[in-house]
Design a protein. Sequence first.
Length: 115
Amino acid sequence: QVQLVESGGGLVQAGGSLSLTCVASGSIVRINSMTWYRQAPGKQRELVARVSGDGNTVYSESVKGRFSLSRDNAKNTMYLQMSSLEAEDTGIYYCKVTTIGSAYWGKGTQVTVSS
């Protein structure tokens, strides 16, 4: 089993910045992709950014140029640096990790951007 803990959420004014962290622990053999999703009130969960095992990153169009994703394989940790935040970025941010044959989700961290 793999446990995921997200941290770094909070309340920020529009235009501000936040940094999210996702730490994976447990029976980890190898982590493939690490992904941030978010879910706004009344909306479906959507992909924010993903980093593959070899470090390639993918961003949603809505965050491209404003968010930066990185991972530290030695620490089984993923970081999401968010800047120029907008009210539309408000939501619960979830971490998802895939290993060989399995996927795991964290419980989420709330990000609220006030306009």
